[in-house]
Design a protein around this ligand. Structure first.
Ligand code: NDP
Length: 277
């Protein structure tokens, strides 16, 4: 996806994957900085750790409590910090790492553009899971003005933690634990259940069949159609997988590195080809 985006922008950069042990993350970030990397993406389990390892944390990343994108910035002659990728020279007196989070907005983009949710304001949402992705989604949806959030997670303490945080930051929004007795507008699966074919459904199937929510979103993109999405589709519900979220977080990261609009169609086509052939 990123290499297709770089090619479409005519940039001779390469996007590469590296396995880094969490204990070595600080060294990896510093190493990338001194070697002149343009930027980095981080994934589990590095996103929260990186908050304390970058030179500057963007306000949104601090709110979501996770960094998934790092932009290396050089100080310009006028004293401003600008992305390395937008500078001509490869020699810079000062370079810093700036941490961003592009996941949170990507959830919204995916719900709107891929699932067709017209407006999140006032909607009731059942969120399955309370890990990093669920937490980011819950906080971003709350910021967007959803009306009611129901949290279901295997480890209830983690869901309670999210509810407590929301009670402080969004006191006007209703947050409850467990399944609602009525239906909701939107169900989001943010658990890892569905990644393996033998996984059980992340939702109570009877509840789903009885209440038939309008929209079902699964953050998982591989497999392309999880058992949850298949079940929901067979019930006639509107569904989308996590591809849109992956695409939009990547597109925004590319924009931060290059300072240019992301070639979203080229990136989406490459992603889709890679994920579903
Ligand atoms: P975390 O490890 O932080 O959270 C995992 C979540 O899944 C927790 O709520 C955990 O519950 C739950 N879970 C795991 N195993 C089970 C099980 N056997 N039974 C019930 N619940 C279980 O991961 P993330 O939050 O980072 O990712 C969650 C999902 O979202 C993953 O599937 C990931 O692939 C997807 N994702 C997709 C993205 C995209 O761009 N489309 C981006 C990020 C994530 P518990 O708290 O009890 O452990």
């Amino acid at each position: 996806m990123q290499n297709a985006g770089l090619a479409a922008l005519g940039l001779n950069w390469r996007y590469l994957a590296f396995d880094v042990h969490p204990d070595q993350l600080r060294s990896a970030i510093e190493g990338a900085k001194v070697m002149g990397f343009i930027g980095l993406n981080l994934t589990v389990p590095h996103k929260m750790l990186a908050l304390d390892m970058v030179d500057v944390v963007d306000e949104q990343a601090r709110i979501w409590g996770a960094v998934n994108t790092i932009v290396f910035q050089a100080r310009s002659a006028s004293g401003q910090w600008i992305p390395l990728g937008t500078t001509d020279s490869s020699r810079h007196e000062a370079v810093r790492s700036h941490g961003f989070n592009t996941d949170a907005d990507a959830v919204l983009e995916a719900l709107k553009k891929f699932l067709g949710v017209p407006n999140l304001q006032g909607l009731s949402v059942l969120l399955l899971g309370a890990g990093g992705a669920a937490r980011t989604a819950a906080l971003r949806l709350a910021q967007e003005g959803i009306g009611q959030l129901y949290l279901v997670n295997r480890t209830q303490e983690k869901a309670i933690e999210i509810a407590d945080r929301l009670a402080k930051s969004c006191p006007g929004m209703g947050v409850k634990q467990g399944y609602p007795s009525l239906s909701v507008d939107l169900v989001i699966n943010a658990t890892s259940l569905g990644l393996k074919t033998e996984d059980q459904l992340p939702i109570d199937k009877e509840w789903l069949q009885k209440h038939r929510p309008r929209f079902v979103y699964d953050m998982i993109y591989r497999p392309f159609e999880t058992a949850l999405l298949r079940t929901a589709r067979q019930l006639g519900l509107r569904t989308a997988n996590g591809m849109g979220m992956l695409l939009h977080q990547g597109a925004r990261a590319l924009e931060l590195w290059t300072g240019r609009p992301a070639p979203i169609e080229a990136m989406g086509a490459a992603l889709e080809k890679n994920l579903c052939g």
